[in-house]
Design a protein around this ligand. Structure first.
Ligand code: PLP
Length: 389
């Protein structure tokens, strides 16, 4: 068992050596042919990741992968700001922190009608159906809600959006690159992902997939200057961004997405599902409960696991988190009001079987240290069984 630092937060995630090394090369100008080649490599890799998965095996065709000099929130705001006017009506689905972020962005740029449930609860699709009407211009939702570990039903909401001819913008930040995401079949007009999540690249840049329908609807004049979608699309034709690109991060992203292509999206998704099952089985064998309660068609996330802390640990959660940290492992607690209530562990990126098992072992040992009686061996064995399937 290695003592190397193990990052199991739901982003940023560990980098492979080749991705890290890619940032080390001598710098070039963001207006050079060398950079344009990097942009193109990253863009082709992203095309593969975004378009891997129409249900009937077709390739999603009519869109453009764009790389942004900013994290995923830039993509979320860019989508909303470019696709709406002040008086546009946005239905924003909220069941966690990132759904709420979309609602806040919607309120800043247009008129928002939230469909809101408690963090960690499934959406009532009847309520969503009532909220989306002929007056709705745009619907926002988060596919994989990182704050709670829920996989929200994008397909069902996409049907409702298309029925009312509303544009559909989906945050696939912690699903794309690690789980199935069907842009065409789910009627998604613009999808957002982040480098530092399942793509396993360093934080600082993100990517969006802009379908032709979204590109036609975009009005850069109404957007922040830095996030003018038309301008980004125009510059992408020559493999550049409108403003100075974060050259080392683009290089790292290019290698990360090429690694994904090498593994193959189908195999990668199967691995993520397997590793997520292993975490869940391991934690269940330690006597822990899943935090979110799911109702079909909502599912538990396949890229991160949110677990309710046992009651005695909730009284003094620092002891548990310190014990995890002392083992040179980093996991996340709950965000906002879920602080001290849950912990979250990611399996995004390129984790090995040993790293998953170390995650379960570490949580088990930290629980023991915090006074919880559980069998670390049972936890690790249950996880190993899933990984061997
Ligand atoms: N959306 C989701 C689902 C996320 O998990 C995150 C980050 O964790 C974001 C959006 C926003 O990312 P950032 O804060 O890096 O812009």
């Amino acid at each position: 068992m290695t003592d190397e630092f193990l990052l199991l937060n739901p982003g940023p995630v560990p980098l492979t050596d080749d991705v890290r090394r890619a940032m080390d090369a001598p710098l070039v100008s963001h207006r050079s042919a060398a950079f344009e080649a990097t942009y193109e490599r990253a863009q082709r890799g992203l095309d593969y990741v975004f378009s891997q998965s129409t249900l009937d095996g077709r390739t999603t065709g009519d869109g453009t992968s764009l790389i942004l000099n900013g994290t995923a929130t830039m993509g979320m705001e860019m989508a909303v700001a470019n696709l709406t006017e002040n008086d546009s009506e946005i239905v924003a689905l909220v069941n966690g922190k990132f759904g709420r972020r979309f609602k806040r962005i919607a309120e800043r740029h247009a008129r928002a009608t939230p469909v809101e449930v408690e963090w960690g609860e499934s959406f009532d699709l009847d309520a969503v159906e009532r909220a989306i009407t002929g007056d709705t211009d745009l619907v926002t939702m988060v596919h994989n809600e990182t704050s709670t570990g829920l996989l929200n039903p994008v397909a069902a909401v996409g049907e409702l959006a298309v029925e009312h001819d509303a544009l559909f913008v989906v945050d696939g930040v912690t699903s794309i690159g690690g789980d199935a995401f069907h842009i065409d079949d789910w009627h998604v007009d613009l999808a957002i992902t982040d480098a530092q999540k399942a793509l396993a690249a360093p934080p600082g840049v993100s990517a969006i997939y802009v379908t032709d329908r979204a590109a036609e609807a975009a009005d850069g004049e109404s957007a922040p200057f830095y996030a003018d979608l038309d301008w980004h699309l125009r510059k992408a034709e020559s493999n550049q961004t409108p403003f100075t690109s974060a050259v080392p991060l683009f290089r790292a992203l290019a290698v990360a997405v090429e690694n994904i292509r090498e593994e193959g999206m189908d195999a990668r998704i199967r691995r993520h599902h397997r590793q997520s099952r292993a975490f869940r089985a391991g934690f269940a064998a330690l006597g822990l409960d899943s935090f979110p309660t799911v109702e079909e068609p909502t599912q538990l996330s396949n890229t991160l696991t949110a677990i309710e802390l046992p009651e005695p640990v909730k009284a003094a959660p620092e002891e548990f988190f310190d014990a995890v940290g002392e083992r040179n492992v980093s996991i996340s607690g709950g965000q906002a009001h879920l602080g001290g209530e849950i912990f979250r562990v990611s399996n995004m990126g390129n984790l090995t079987t040993q790293q998953v098992l170390r995650g379960v072992r570490t949580v088990g040992e930290a629980l023991n240290e915090a006074g919880i009686d559980c069998s670390v061996t049972d936890g690790v064995d249950a996880a190993r069984q899933q990984l061997e399937e």
